[in-house]
Write a protein that binds this ligand. Structure first.
Ligand code: PMP
Length: 363
């Protein structure tokens, strides 16, 4: 952290003083394709149901700590017992609680970068050592030959599927091999799984692997990024552990109500999810057709692209076109890469147009 006074610097833990806060690099822009949100917005029928549910929410009372009704709905949806579900204030809170409970001094996380950087930040917050099994430099696939022996030495493994920001999914058979190799806990972060091909989820493995945790969020496919609700599925005793470390009222009354409405009406989101998948392929083809742009295949609602001077392109998109995308050009393994969220057809057209023009000018 920059700018700490000497007095506060002396009071804070050394490892915390060394942290930099997570920075989503947000600038208000007309077109925001930077945070992998669902830019199509809430379907009308769901918006109406939400308005009436929220109007009646008892905000004078504390929320149900474990969100029993929502938990039951999620359990039914996924075909698991209620004891296998824990909700949280976004996936982020559940990730932090996972680190709090299963990480800590003397323990090791196996991380598979380039990936979601929050894992690295949380492991440092709770003093967990990080082992890194780098993804293939060209394809960003997992190196299972290197990964399995490392998993055998780890207390926790996290694999993101689809991976943010590269879009790869892990084959469930490979996830099973990791669960078997690792003596500790294995999390498959499926924040974007709704955008992936139908058989991508590792959820069926829960039946045979008591060290597996599947993370889900309502932030992406289900348009609740601003509300903050996520959940994990795991064996009941793993859920008991997560329940013991959570802040009791972290998922508030409005968030529980919102997630209940969305869960009950989840099929309303299917047309938009299908649209985003189609647009992802169209956007990928459009980007790949631009001279000097490389695009990786993705199973998420985002695409990783490489072009020369990516940092400058990102700044010009923001400043001259009011289009915000995420800059990864300085991240290890992602030189000259940007991540673009798949938007509406109009947003994608504007993005394609702008990148084509900026790349032409640069050549
Ligand atoms: N996992 C991954 C891979 C993500 O990209 C994100 C959000 N960027 C999260 C988890 C957490 O999402 P949320 O806290 O909004 O549920």
């Amino acid at each position: 952290m920059a700018g700490l006074s000497e007095r506060i610097r002396a009071l804070v833990r050394d490892d915390i003083a060394a942290l930099a806060p997570y920075d989503p690099s947000f600038t208000p822009c007309a077109i925001n394709l930077s945070a992998n949100e669902n830019t199509y917005g809430m379907p009308d029928a769901v918006r109406e149901a939400l308005a009436s549910a929220l109007a009646q929410a008892p905000t004078n009372r504390y929320p149900d700590p474990m969100a029993g009704d929502l938990r039951d709905q999620i359990a039914q949806w996924h075909g698991v017992p209620r004891g296998s579900v824990c909700v949280g204030n976004g996936g982020d809170e559940l990730l932090f609680n996972f680190f709090l409970a299963f990480g800590g001094p003397g323990r090791r996380l196996l991380d598979c970068p380039p990936t979601f950087t929050v894992y690295d930040i949380y492991s440092r917050m709770v003093g967990t050592e990080v082992l890194r099994c780098w993804r293939d430099r060209e394809t960003f696939g997992l190196d299972m030959g290197a990964l399995l022996p490392m998993a055998a030495r780890a207390d926790m493994v996290i694999v993101t599927s689809p991976n943010n920001p590269t879009g790869n999914v892990i084959a469930p058979a490979d996830a099973a091999r990791i669960c078997e190799a690792c003596p500790g806990m294995v999390m498959i972060d499926e924040a974007y799984v709704e955008f992936a091909d139908g058989d991508s989820s590792c959820e069926p493995l829960l039946q045979d692997h008591d060290n597996l945790v599947i993370l889900h969020t309502y932030s992406k496919a289900f348009c609740l990024a601003g509300v903050r609700v996520g959940y994990v599925l795991a064996a009941p005793d793993v859920i008991d552990v997560l329940a013991a470390v959570r802040q009791p009222y972290s998922v508030d009354v409005l968030a529980q109500e919102s997630a209940r409405v969305v869960t009950a009406m989840r099929d309303e989101f299917l047309p938009t999810i299908a649209r985003i998948r189609d647009e992802r392929e169209r956007l990928a083809r459009g980007l790949a057709a631009i001279d000097g742009v490389r695009v990786w295949p993705s199973q998420g609602n985002f695409l990783l692209v490489r072009m020369s001077q990516a940092g400058i392109v990102r700044a010009r998109l923001r400043d001259e076109r009011s289009i915000l995308v995420r800059d990864f050009s300085a991240a290890p393994g992602l030189q000259d890469c940007l991540r673009v969220t798949v938007g509406t057809p109009e947003e994608n057209d504007e993005l394609l147009d702008a990148i084509a023009e900026l790349c032409k000018e640069a050549s």
